[in-house]
Structure formats: structure tokens, C-alpha cells
Design a protein around this ligand. Structure first.
Ligand SMILES: [Zn+2]
Length: 379
């Protein structure tokens, strides 16, 4: 296998900023990840590079966000917050104003845009910005811990360059900001796998939200039941995402890798292990197209760091544990030690749990196929 050139986008400057102490979003996850990768020698390989972010220019931010909204965000950061800003979601308990908010958001978004540049210039085949993935932000709305929607910006810029973009979002929450940002466009297909919106923020992302106009069929939502486990999740991925991605035949993939679907996440209720992310990335790599990956949610910090480290190892073709695990007959190590240590142990699933989840999931898969597949020439 020819190894891909992978770029890790990070700067210690990102550590300067923090959400309020009682807020679940922890900007230090990226720092912890960088430290783990560095200690395992996973940033020093011949095919891996580190790239620092550059603050996103205002004109780039305005490709998705309104002038009015960005002004409000900037003004609020400077200490002049008002009711109009609150109306745009700025200063809520989910999206508080904190010191350096505008600068942090612009830098985190700039990191994703550096990834776009590296892929477009051919300097990297894969770029990973763990500080990105603010998928809930709307053109004029801060929402769900997100202020500047870097992934929507990336899709916008890539589409401007004539690329057919597959946006895949495996964060446990619906990727609403991106889905609705491209709702009427056929050049960016957005696919979001998330926990049943009846049970989780933002309460959108049902099977019948499929895009409109020229974009009908190019917005795909895969809501999965509470308690969904690895095998069920992968069944939906293989039944829906793989055929659609193949039919769409993207030039480039934007992958929002929020890890809050992992078992034990304090904000959600799925039961995945990080083996799912490794499996999905292995599928994505087979398309042999550039991949821009970002972070996202993930509120169990240890699990998030391990999952992203595992993802990076798969991107770099260094996931030796994959073979080792099979050689050991499914025995996995439970520490951070290299060779197998990044992978989670399997979680046992009872017949009863299967009987609750599989029929609901099969129904969802059927609904999506009926609504969307024929638009893409699939049956
Ligand atoms: Zn999330």
C-alpha cells in the first residue's frame, strides 16, 4: 500500500484560549492529542508533517457567515455584548463569550483552511485539524458550542474550486450548520450520522430531511437509536454511506470526526468504541481521494484523545494494531502503550439490546434508501 502524506495542524497558540471552566468544550484536547502523538513518534514519520494554523481572513469567514454576525462576535469578544448578539446565539450558556473568543474561533477555522490549502496544493493527501469541526454554527448563529463553522467554510472554498465534496459527519449530534448550508446544492453532499434527534440536541436531522431543489437527495441524515453499538453503526454506514459516496464519486472528502458517539461520553447516549472510527477511515481511504479531517464534539477527554490518536495512526498507515488484534484473536490492550493500546476493548452487546436497536435501525436504513437512493441511480 502506498502511504499517504498526512498533515497534523496544530499550534500552541490555540492553547491560549479556553471556554469558561464549567463548559464541556475543552480546547486542550488538541494539546493532549499532539502530546500523545509526539510521544509515540507519530508526528515524525517520513509521511507525516506538522503545519501551524494561520488566522482565517475576514473575507474567508464571510464566505459562510454574515458581516453582521462576525461584527457582533468581534464586538462581544471586546466586551460589548448586547441583546442583538444574544439573538444570534452569542452569549448563551452553550455559546458563552470568553476572552479571545473571536481570535480563537478565527484561528481554529484558519487551521481547517490551512488543511484545505495543503490538500489543494498537493502538499498533503490527508490533513487533520483536531481544533476544527464547529458544525453547528449557522451563517448568522452561534449554536451548540460553535461560533465559526470551519467545516462549512472548507466545503464552500473547495466547491468554489470546482471540487465535488463529500461531507461526512460522525459527531453524535446532527451536523445541522453544514447540512442546511448546502441544502439546495448538488456539488456538496452532506451525510450526517447522529443520535436520534428526538433524544438529543439540536433536534434535527431526520430521514426525510433530504435537501431541496437541485440539492434534493444531496443531504442525507442517518439518525441512530440511543444505545447504538459498533456493529449496528457499521451496518448503517455500509448500507447507506458507502453506496452513496461511491455513486457521488467525490473529488475530496471533508470528515467531521467528533467523538461524542463513543460509549461513556457525558453528553450523549451511544455505545461506540473507537474501532468504528478506524473502520470508517479505512473505508474512506479506499476512495483514494484527499481527506480533510477535523475534530468536533468529544467530552470524555481521555477517550477522545485516544480515538483521535488512533484515527491519525490509520491515516498515516501506522495502525499496526489492526493486524495484531486479529493475530491475537480479538484480545486488545487497555493502555496507551503503542501496539494495540489505542484501540478500545469491544463492548459486549446482549440479545435484548440487539432486539431493541436493530429493527429500528433497519427501518431507518429502508427509509433513507427509499427517499434518496434512486436520485443517485442506486436501488
Ligand atoms: Zn457533538
Amino acid at each position: 500500500m502506498i502511504k499517504k502524506k498526512a498533515a497534523f495542524i496544530y499550534s500552541a497558540d490555540l492553547e491560549e484560549y479556553q471556554y469558561p471552566a464549567d463548559h464541556p468544550f475543552n480546547t486542550h484536547r488538541a494539546k493532549r492529542l499532539r502530546g500523545a502523538l509526539h510521544s509515540m513518534g507519530m508526528l515524525a514519520g517520513p509521511n507525516s508533517i506538522e503545519a501551524p494554523p494561520v488566522v482565517a481572513e475576514r473575507e474567508v469567514l464571510e464566505k459562510f457567515h454574515s458581516h453582521h454576525y462576525l461584527n457582533a462576535l468581534q464586538t462581544a469578544t471586546a466586551g460589548h455584548w448586547d441583546v442583538e448578539a444574544l439573538g444570534m446565539g452569542i452569549g448563551t450558556s452553550d455559546c458563552p463569550v470568553f476572552e479571545g473568543l473571536y481570535e480563537y474561533s478565527s484561528l481554529a477555522a484558519g487551521a481547517t483552511m490551512v488543511g484545505v490549502d495543503l490538500l489543494l496544493s498537493g502538499k498533503a493527501d490527508i490533513a487533520f485539524n483536531p481544533s476544527g469541526g464547529q458544525h453547528h454554527a449557522g451563517p448568522e448563529k452561534a449554536s451548540g458550542f460553535c461560533y465559526i463553522n470551519d467545516v462549512a467554510l472548507a466545503c464552500t472554498v473547495l466547491a468554489e474550486r470546482g471540487k465535488r465534496v463529500l461531507y461526512l459527519d460522525v459527531d453524535v449530534h446532527h451536523g445541522d450548520g453544514v447540512a442546511y448550508g448546502f441544502y439546495d446544492r448538488p456539488d456538496v453532499i452532506t451525510i450526517s450520522m447522529h443520535q436520534d434527534p428526538r433524544t438529543l440536541f439540536p433536534g434535527t436531522g431526520f430521514e426525510d430531511e433530504i435537501g431541496e431543489g437541485a440539492g434534493k437527495g444531496y443531504c442525507v441524515n442517518i439518525p441512530v437509536p440511543v444505545g447504538t453499538y459498533d456493529r449496528a453503526y457499521m451496518k448503517a454506514f455500509e448500507a447507506v454511506v458507502l453506496p452513496l459516496a461511491g455513486a457521488f464519486n467525490p473529488d475530496i472528502i471533508v470528515f467531521e470526526l467528533g467523538t461524542d458517539a463513543l460509549a461513556g461520553d457525558p453528553l450523549a447516549n451511544l455505545r461506540l468504541t473507537n474501532n468504528v472510527y478506524a473502520a470508517i477511515i479505512n473505508h474512506l481511504l479506499k476512495f483514494d481521494k484527499p481527506i480533510l479531517a477535523t475534530g468536533g464534539g468529544g467530552y470524555n477527554i481521555e477517550n477522545t484523545v485516544r480515538a483521535w490518536a488512533l484515527a491519525w495512526s490509520v491515516f498515516c498507515g501506522e495502525d499496526q494494531a489492526h493486524d495484531a488484534i486479529h493475530a491475537l484473536g480479538g484480545v486488545m490492550l487497555g493502555s496507551m502503550e503503542w501496539l494495540g493500546g489505542l484501540r478500545d476493548r469491544e463492548i459486549a452487546v446482549t440479545d435484548f439490546q440487539q432486539s431493541l436497536i436493530m429493527p429500528a435501525l433497519d427501518l431507518t436504513i429502508d427509509k433513507i434508501k427509499k427517499r434518496v437512493f434512486s436520485i443517485h441511480g442506486l436501488c
